[in-house]
Design a protein around this ligand. Sequence first.
Ligand code: ZN
Length: 279
Amino acid sequence: MNRYATALAAVSTYVALGASGAVGQDDENAVLRDAMAFAMHDAAFTVYHEVGHMLIGELGLPVLGKEEDAVDTLATIWLLNDEDQDYAFNALIDASDGWYYNAVNSTGSGVDEFSYYAEHSLDIQRAYAMVCLMVGANPDIFGETADVYELDPDQQGNCAYTYEQALVSWSTLLSAHELNGNESAPIEVIYEDAGEYEDFAVALKEDGILDRAANEVTSSYALPQPVTFRAAQCGEANAYYDPSASEVTYCYELAAQMFNLYVYDIAAWGDSGEDTGQE
Ligand SMILES: [Zn+2]
């Protein structure tokens, strides 16, 4: 995809320039820096979503309703209760915006490129479900976000109940698997060669997204057998849990896709008239 190649070139330029770009490049660098932060925030949410699938598979947890919705909820709860609130709260806002803009894109083009599996709720529903949990958990922090999403005050009030029910349900299920003096089987984190996606691999490692999620799981719950978290080139923008291999894979291509989404659809590069017109 043409504009995708452009974004890769852009991130390479940004990394090469570092923070010392000439005057006039500052705005451009700021967009590229924000785009990388956006991609990593989405990666954090995505990895916790896959951790949800992994916990269901490895611990044999029951699932009531759609598993995809259940693990979106777990990922959101996990980030809402993260010790590093600044990072986690920004990750939540960016991840919900990611679903929102994916939805805008797919309805605009008529092709839902971002719907990886039919068992997921629609991107726009995933965005609103996340924002509901966020404002339900913490109206002081996320009230503004919920207002932007036009959740009315009654709905925001109901979201407090939605969040509480989700928190109690997940806590009840997972409490049976707490360490209680036992050790968890380990999670090995592997970063495969990233090729042209190297800048995204570096950012993933710097943010410690896979490592942090692995540590949080094994310091809380007793996995019965070893699990692998792998960052890899997959040939598609995706992330998945493979129960037969006890493995979670995060594809570098997904980070590139979210970077691209930020640059072109949120920062709206190319809307200034300097574009090649290839939309
Ligand atoms: Zn999923």
